[in-house]
Write a new protein. Structure first.
Length: 327
C-alpha cells in the first residue's frame, strides 16, 4: 500500500466525476516541509508557528523566527503556506514565559492563543514583523487561532497592519499581498459569521478543538476519547452550516483538524461541500486514494440524506455507503 500511495505523489486528488479537492499538509518545524515533495501535497494549510517556541529553551528572537519562516516559504516555492500565529497555552505551555498560563484549572479554555497574544502583544508584534519581512515580495497568508468573537480578529489584523505600516515607514520590502484568515474552532464564532466573513480571505475549521468545545469533552482525556465520534450529526451539521455562507462571501474554506486525515471522515466532509483539507502528511496518500475512488455527486446526495435523518450510528451508515461505492 505504501508503494501505491507513493505512486499517487504526482497524481491530482480528483473525484471520479471531476471534482478537484485541494489536499495540503499540516506542519510546524523546518523539516516538516520535506513532506510537501514527498507527498505531492498542494501546500501547507496550517503551519503551527508555536512549535518553534515549544522546542526552544528561550524565547526565539525575531531573527530566528524570520529565518524559519523564510526557509519554509523558500522550500514551498509556488505552493501556498498558511502561517498560524502562536497558539500557546492550553496543552502547549512555554516554561520561560512570565505569568505562564500552565497553572490554570481549565487550560484548554483558558488564557491561550489569541487571548494571550492580544494581551501580551509584544510577542505578537515581534512575530508579525518576522512574518511580514520573511514574506517580502511574496504572498503572506496569516491565520489567527482561537478567535471566539469577530472583534478579536479585527484587533489581530490591526496589529499586523500597524506593523506593516511601521515597516513601510522604514522603507522595508513588504509582502506583495497579505491574506488574513481565522481558525473556526470555538463554536461561539459560528454565530458571528455574518460579521466575520466580510473581513477575511480564508477560514479554517479546526476540528480538534471544535470537537472538544462542541461536546464539552476534553480532547486529552482518554476516558472520553471513544465517546464522541467526528462522524456525528452535530459536528457534521456544524461544518455544513459554514459551507454556504463562506462560499457566498468568497471566503476560502478549509478543514485543518485531524478529522480530515481519516478517509471516511474526509469523505463525509467532501460530501458537505468541503473542497480543501489540510492534514497530517502521512494521511495524504490514503486521502488521495479515497478521493480518486469517490463520486462527488453521490456523496453529496448521501450526506444530505443522512444529515436530515441524523442516524445514531453515522459511521456505520457512511461505511455502508463507502462499501457500496467501492471506496
Ligand atoms: C484544531 O484545533 O483542530 C487545530 C487544527 O489546531 P491544534 O490541533 O493545533 O489546536
Ligand atoms: Mg486548535
Amino acid at each position: 500500500r505504501r508503494a501505491a500511495y507513493a505512486a499517487l505523489r504526482e497524481v491530482a486528488p480528483e473525484t471520479r466525476d471531476g471534482k478537484r479537492i485541494t489536499v495540503m499538509v499540516n506542519a510546524g518545524l523546518r523539516d516538516d516541509v520535506a513532506s510537501l515533495d514527498l507527498t505531492g501535497a498542494d501546500g501547507i494549510g496550517l503551519f503551527r508557528t508555536e512549535f518553534q517556541f515549544l522546542v526552544s529553551a528561550t524565547l526565539p528572537a525575531r531573527e530566528r523566527q524570520q529565518r524559519l519562516y523564510r526557509e519554509v516559504l523558500d522550500a514551498a516555492g509556488d505552493r501556498p503556506v498558511v502561517f498560524r500565529t502562536i497558539d500557546i497555552g492550553g496543552d502547549k505551555a512555554l516554561p520561560y514565559l512570565k505569568d505562564n498560563p500552565a497553572d490554570e484549572e481549565n487550560p484548554a479554555m483558558g488564557w491561550r492563543a489569541l487571548r494571550l497574544g492580544l494581551e501580551r502583544d509584544g510577542l505578537m508584534k515581534v512575530q508579525a514583523r518576522a512574518l511580514l519581512e520573511a514574506a517580502a515580495g511574496r504572498t503572506l497568508n496569516v491565520m489567527f487561532p482561537m478567535v471566539s468573537e469577530a472583534w478579536e480578529f479585527d484587533e489581530a489584523r490591526d496589529l499586523f497592519e500597524a506593523q506593516r505600516d511601521w515597516l513601510t515607514r522604514r522603507g522595508r520590502r513588504l509582502p506583495n499581498e497579505i491574506r488574513y484568515g481565522a481558525m473556526l474552532e470555538v463554536p461561539s464564532l459560528a454565530y458571528q459569521l455574518d460579521l466575520l466573513l466580510p473581513k477575511l480571505q480564508f477560514l479554517s475549521v479546526g476540528t480538534n478543538d471544535l470537537t472538544q468545545f462542541l461536546f464539552a469533552a476534553d480532547r486529552a482525556n482518554p476516558k472520553l476519547a471513544e465517546r464522541y465520534d467526528w462522524l456525528s450529526t452535530s459536528i457534521l451539521r456544524f461544518v455544513a452550516s459554514v459551507v454556504a455562507p463562506a462560499r457566498a462571501a468568497g471566503v476560502t474554506l478549509t478543514v485543518c483538524g485531524e478529522m480530515g486525515g481519516r478517509p471516511l471522515e474526509a469523505m463525509a466532509l467532501i460530501g458537505l461541500g468541503i473542497e480543501r483539507l489540510s492534514i497530517t502528511p502521512a494521511a495524504v496518500g490514503p486521502i488521495k486514494a479515497m478521493v480518486r475512488s469517490l463520486d462527488h455527486a453521490a456523496v453529496v446526495a448521501e450526506m444530505q440524506r443522512l444529515l436530515a435523518s441524523g442516524p445514531r450510528d453515522f459511521r456505520g451508515a457512511l461505511s455502508e455507503f463507502a462499501a457500496a461505492q467501492r471506496i
